[in-house]
Ligand binder design. Structure first.
Ligand code: FAD
Length: 321
């Protein structure tokens, strides 16, 4: 028995959510007195691969085939499943990112494994049972699921598990999987935006604007608050539908699911479809002029007021910190 973690990279660099997944996988390996191997696919420099050792991977399988530079769901799932078989790994861990959400079920099928997607805590292993707490119904609830198959796939919700640096080193090996042309039926083209802004899915703080911002000309306030807090910016669906903000910022049931430590909702009503994408945030702050806005029901802190009065004061206060 061993554990395999898929270490996802973005443009050759591992994300924070990847290190969280490695820390989580290491804890599972320790629960079971076994080893942790990481697999990396794409162009990742050796010094980056070595960092995986610092979070607990003993071995790193490096797949650097040119055909696999860009993410292709079927092909990546085939490679990860092949690595799991080669390593005798019966637990595969990955981050519940955009790509992780597509990969987990495919790997599950290939390994005849039960899948727990969106895990939020370490598995409980007692009396021969293996149970995992995970998000359910687009983040509106939690479920505890029992994985009864011998092989298991677990995808970890970003920001749900702490980073643990072990100070270890990893042995790096090249891994050359058999890649079938039939695994390249659909190729997703990677669209890279050159920006120094904090990436939304990985952000620890998110400042999100809704229709209460009245128009794109007022977004400088959202951006300024995000800048002073080191936060990513997000928005509600109608805002991106109206073209005030790019679709990549739309959070909710039909957009990105985020789980930052702090989510600040500015002029957003708190419709159930919006809450579905943000409800696993650790602290939720709501700014809305309507004291009856549904968002206040899930808020940890609320400010009833006009965003155009509240935001400048909040920005000034944060600048003074
Ligand atoms: P509104 O509902 O118009 O709310 C604006 C808020 O701003 C109000 O609460 C108002 O009191 C407040 N406000 C106005 N002016 C000020 C001011 N000056 N100062 C302070 N507050 C002010 N929505 C999403 O966001 N994400 C999704 O993924 C999503 N998926 C959907 C899927 C389906 C199938 C459907 C049917 C809907 C979906 N929606 C989604 C839409 C959702 O139902 C809501 O319509 C949407 O979230 C509302 O956006 P909003 O809060 O920005 O706008």
């Amino acid at each position: 028995m061993s554990v395999l973690i898929y270490a996802e990279n973005a443009n050759g660099k591992f994300k924070k959510s990847t290190f969280e997944a490695v820390s989580y996988a290491k804890a599972i390996a320790q629960q079971n007195n076994t080893t942790l191997t990481a697999i990396s696919i794409g162009n990742v420099a050796e010094d980056q691969l070595a960092v995986l050792g610092n979070y607990g991977a003993e071995k790193v399988l490096n797949v650097s085939s040119g055909k696999l530079t860009n993410f292709v769901n079927q092909a990546y799932a085939a490679v990860i499943a092949e690595a799991a078989k080669a390593e005798g790994a019966d637990i595969v861990v990955l981050s519940n990112s955009f790509s992780g959400r597509g990969l987990a079920p495919r790997i599950g099928i290939k390994l005849q494994a039960a899948v727990a997607d969106g895990a939020t805590a370490l598995p409980e292993q007692a009396d021969g049972k293996f149970t995992v707490k995970k998000t359910a119904f687009s983040g509106k609830a939690f479920a505890v699921v029992e994985l009864t198959s011998a092989n298991k796939v677990i995808s970890l919700t970003p920001n749900a598990y702490k980073l643990v640096e072990t100070g270890g080193t990893a042995q790096i090996e090249n891994f050359e999987p058999e890649v079938k042309s039939t695994d390249f039926k659909a190729i997703i083209k990677d669209i890279v935006r050159s920006t120094d802004k904090v990436s939304l899915p990985d952000a620890e703080i998110v400042v999100s604007g809704g229709r209460g911002m009245k128009g794109p000309e007022n977004w400088a306030l959202i951006e300024e608050l995000a800048d002073v807090l080191g936060a990513a910016t997000a928005c509600s669906k109608p805002v991106s539908d109206a073209g005030w903000r790019p679709h990549s910022e739309h959070v909710g049931q039909t957009g990105i699911a985020v789980s930052p430590n702090l989510y600040i909702a500015v002029g957003i009503s708190g419709a159930i479809q919006h809450l579905a994408g943000i409800s696993s945030s650790k602290v939720i702050v709501v700014i809305n002029k309507d004291a009856e806005a549904p968002f206040f029901k899930v808020a940890d802190y609320g400010i009833v007021g006009d965003v155009f009065e509240v935001l400048p004061q909040l920005i000034a206060a944060v600048k003074e910190l």
